[in-house]
Design a protein around this ligand. Sequence first.
Ligand code: AGP
Length: 578
Amino acid sequence: MGRIPARENVLESLRLLEYRGYDSAGIALIDIHGKIHVEKTTEKVESLCQKTGNMPGCMAGIGHTRWATHGEVSLRNAHPHTAGSVTLVHNGIVENYLALMQEMAKTGRVPASDTDTEVAAMLMDCLYDGDPVVALTRAMGRIEGGNAFAVLFADRPGEIYAVSRDAPLMVMHTQDGSFLASDAVALLRYGETMAVVPDNTVVRCTASEIRAYNLSGQPAQLRYGNACWTASDVELAGYSHFMLKEIHEQPQVLSRKMDFSSVPEDVLRDATDIRIVACGSAMHAGLAVKDYMEEQTGLCVSVEIASEYVSGALRHVGKPLFVFVSQSGETADTLLALKRAKSIGAKCICVVNVRGSSIARAGDYVVYTQAGPEISVASTKAFTAQVVALALLARRMSGRGLSLELEYDPAALAEKALKQENAIRRIAEDLSCAENIFYLGSGMDLALAREGALKLKEISYIHAEACATGELKHGCLSLVEPAMPSVMIATGREGLGRSLTSAEEIRSRRGRVYLIVPEDAKIPDGCCDGVIRIPTASGISAAVPVAVCVQLLAYYCALKLGKQIDQPRNLAKSVTVI
Ligand code: AGP
């Protein structure tokens, strides 16, 4: 809000946040008389732009893209929601919404939607006696769960209020006015200095200033800092998709220095084992580094799916040290697992990309992966940065004062792998005709096979499954049909012979095999249907070039099939619900 028209600003911000995935969108503008104008769509932000063409010029407004949780995708469930003098947008889940809804029903309020959000608007309206800060602080005292709200009050035309707990919220003030968002990407075009709003802090934004209040209504301080990202980081820069841009950024990303100084060198002093907890690609990064971390630390390392870690008793024989990995730092499953680990008094290291994110704030020690903003839903540069960060963390934790460098330079390896782009594109075109694809590997290569299969499924919608190379003959081989492709990753010299045997088993059933092997690997003529050569590197270092190859395979496969690469169906970039 401020000195520039709110409609255009809010719509442009929503456009910038489209990458996060959404199924409906909406905007509310407040004019100088306190009249609130709302428009919504169940289509893309572009359709909201068209629908709002005749809205009056207002200097204050809020907007939202919704990913449905409570209630179907519909106009009435899209945000903003209004109750009395309150109009708000919301991220998160009001966990006690049923109880609150019953309470609101007793006050005669009737919901107009199926959402948990509307009850928060009703509650704030109910608690509003002319002081928005009081209404918001009291409402936060009643609302359970991780939530952020941006709120308009009909009798406060020049003001926007916001509050959050365990949900991202940041603010920025410039000569053009005050801006708030749940994602720094929406703010970067106004400047680089912003403040992450601390939990349970209410902010009041006007054209001339931003004020903050704690839950007792007393003035609070906001700490402004540099976002580390710039507006150009979130532009396509000539690439056809953000995914391709982000794949190509890997040499640059992996050459950045990461700072491990927040992690004490004796962090393992009391630890009996290490547990890496994460979701999706971040979890695969943990799997890729597991063996290396065991070698370096001498401790047993387990890798856990965060969503499997949130219910039931937390097993903690001994004193585990936890490592939580997340690109966004907002993944609800990971955040919840982190809170459970903290509740048993465990030490938690967080390996995160987004500064100031909820996971970064909740851990004991944080390491930033420095990958820059990742816009494509399919994680690429964030994944390789996580692998490198975890490997370097393992060296730091070894307590042997090892230099924070891997045997091979990951940036150079990524650069060399990108040189295979044309060969990979040709193989991807073969893969694009398949209905099912196996990704095979052993040890670290199995983790990369999982990542390759996930990437392919995510953006091409082809069914892909990862299997341990040696396990194939124990069951999955029955699925191999003539022409069915398998991508076999074999980076280690020792395992190559066994991989080639498995390749034979597939090919003798007329399946097709594409190998990903080091450039110096000796493979017999005619043993496969295609080869991708990665630069020679040993151990954990080989993870980076393999990852680049499977990312390009997925990208070109989806491109050939004409899929929506950066925003695949049904998926959100940052999964803030459990
Ligand atoms: C990766 O391509 C996915 N989009 C997804 O698996 C992602 O890695 C997962 O949701 C975890 O996200 P986070 O790293 O932001 O926690």
